[in-house]
Design a binder for this molecule. Sequence first.
Ligand code: A2P
Length: 197
Amino acid sequence: MSYLSPALVRKGLELTLKSLKLDYIDLFLIHWPTGLKLSEGVLFPKDASGNLLYSDVDFCETWTVECHPYLNQSKLLKYCKSNNIVLVGYSPLGSSPDPKWFNPNNPILLNDPELRKIGEKHNKTAAQVALRYQIQRDVVIIPKSFNPGRMKQNKEIFDFQLTDEEMKAIDGINKNCRYVIVKQLIDHPKYPFHEEY
Ligand code: A2P
């Protein structure tokens, strides 16, 4: 959570370039941007009513949000696809139950009966089905594991295909349920999750 304010973003980028020993990078990910002007209004992400979500971001190639079958972001994904933005999903497995950010009232994604049932048909785990679902709807995913066996499992998702019915069934388990709520920032004026996305 540093170099986020408008005056510091460029400095953050320059420091990144310096440590990478590069003159440019193709993509600079800003975690929770709070203000930046790169060029004159190329693209402004808006909410469903047309209001600007981040009035201070003006060029957006990827949009990173929490995304998994219980928060499938279907509206935002549609918006991104029609604006050539790649949606990147964090916590694609429903996150880890860290009390710092995890919402303990939510059901556990990987215990979902539908994901398990579909997994059994393909001889895959619920986690692999949750990841494969995203690949098939063109969402880039960043699954995290500290366990070598599960890291391997998370790569083995390119040797099976979910049917249209299975994709629809997984769409149907969406609960708009957000795991990563970062409770310590809820009162911040720019807390992003009062918005739907
Ligand atoms: P672990 O590191 O012990 O494998 P997310 O990517 O949604 O943030 O989820 C990360 C959490 O999911 C971690 O707690 C991780 O635990 C767990 N995890 C990662 N891969 C799998 C998997 N294939 N099956 C079950 N849990 C997994």
